[in-house]
Ligand binder design. Sequence first.
Ligand SMILES: Cc1cc2nc3c(=O)[nH]c(=O)nc-3n(C[C@H](O)[C@H](O)[C@H](O)COP(=O)(O)OP(=O)(O)OC[C@H]3O[C@@H](n4cnc5c(N)ncnc54)[C@H](O)[C@@H]3O)c2cc1C
Length: 407
Amino acid sequence: VKNPSTDVFDIAIIGGGLAGLSLATRLAAPKFQHLRVVVLEPRTQYVRDRTWCYWADKCSADAGVNRSHSHPFQTSVAVRWPSWEVMCGVAGTPSYEVVTKTGQHCYEMIPADRFYDDAERLIGSTAHVKIMKGVTLVGAVDKSENVELDTSMGKIRVGLVFDSRPPATLSKAAWVQRFQGFELETETPIFDVNRATLMDFSITADADSKAGRVHFIYVLPLSDRLALVEDTWFAPVEDGCDDVDYQTQIKAYLKRRFGLERYDVLHREQGALPMDPELKPAKSSGRIIKIGAGGGMARASSGYAFFETQRACDAIAEKLSTQKILPTEFRLPRWRGAMSYWMDAVFLRVLKEYPSLAPKIFFDLFAKVPPDALARFLSGVATPLDVARVVSACPKVPFLKAAFFPR
Ligand SMILES: Cc1cc2nc3c(=O)[nH]c(=O)nc-3n(C[C@H](O)[C@H](O)[C@H](O)COP(=O)(O)OP(=O)(O)OC[C@H]3O[C@@H](n4cnc5c(N)ncnc54)[C@H](O)[C@@H]3O)c2cc1C
């Protein structure tokens, strides 16, 4: 790694994760050749540390051509599911219900190692954007002419900073989505590779709702013998779910649903995603602009950030491309309406007040809202009609109370 103090940069991106590399990839376009851009990333090498899923419109193998919202990482996509299902109730009893949906959208998966490889390849083909690995930001001071970055490799002065470091703290209203799971391989074919199980609430026990938690399992088949299975819990920020035994939950689930007792674990994964309605894009940031989950690019109602981050980075790049000189005050362009941040906050309040309703609320959303409308809503690109359909699928009293008489 070259000592950054000997270099001069116009733009520094702090953190080469999802948001940092997504923005850097946009800025690697020839139209930004006049800018010198650096990404500072503490990691010295990238590994598969997560798996991103999101909805993409126009489910086809044309790798994103003709989509209304695409992204530069199409070759990273490992799997596309044309159908998805959600279950609730107690398995083996009349209360058990399954809804399966197929629409114009598909649910897509990108393993992080493929994304990091693609981003490094796209960025590496340019001379004006560089990724500096093994470099940590210690502090940043917004001075009048530039920003002074104090890094583990020395000081750098830059014109504009996009800071994608994870949020240091979460608000009291926040929830956290915790999950652990693994990719498994079976001896015989048992999975349907055309259908992703997004949420199976049949795993939910009464004690989970009584503890104020939302609990489900998801199963993402990669082939008829390979699947990613995760035991997932939504809980208020103060509940660390320390007593949860994720592995035992998955073991029991696989046995009950698939009769599966023998399998090889190929890859393990875990996460704790902030679901914080207070994490919103800053209205005005001077020369240091928060991006990524800390900059309001993750959905508080789901913890999802991939699709939204792509749209946000497109909007930032578009705005930068219209500016002849680097601004001293960069206002983030709007990529999602204020209303949907509010709706997410209301949704989390409903979960907090009525945790036992959560399985049915999620199930009804998937059962009652047309699949493309729901996919657009969950992706942050809903039309007014989509929003109306989602609202009409939700139970009125809990949502009205949470919206207008929050405790
Ligand atoms: C296991 C897992 C699965 C997920 N699955 C999904 C999914 O299916 N769909 C979805 O939409 N979202 C998913 N998410 C949520 C979300 O998309 C990710 O958390 C996403 O990576 C957030 O992007 P980000 O850029 O804000 O943060 P990150 O990708 O975490 O990037 C932050 C970067 O900042 C760097 N950094 C930290 N401190 C410093 C410092 N001091 N100086 C410089 N750099 C620093 C880090 O090294 C990191 O590279 C998942 C998350 C996890 C963990």
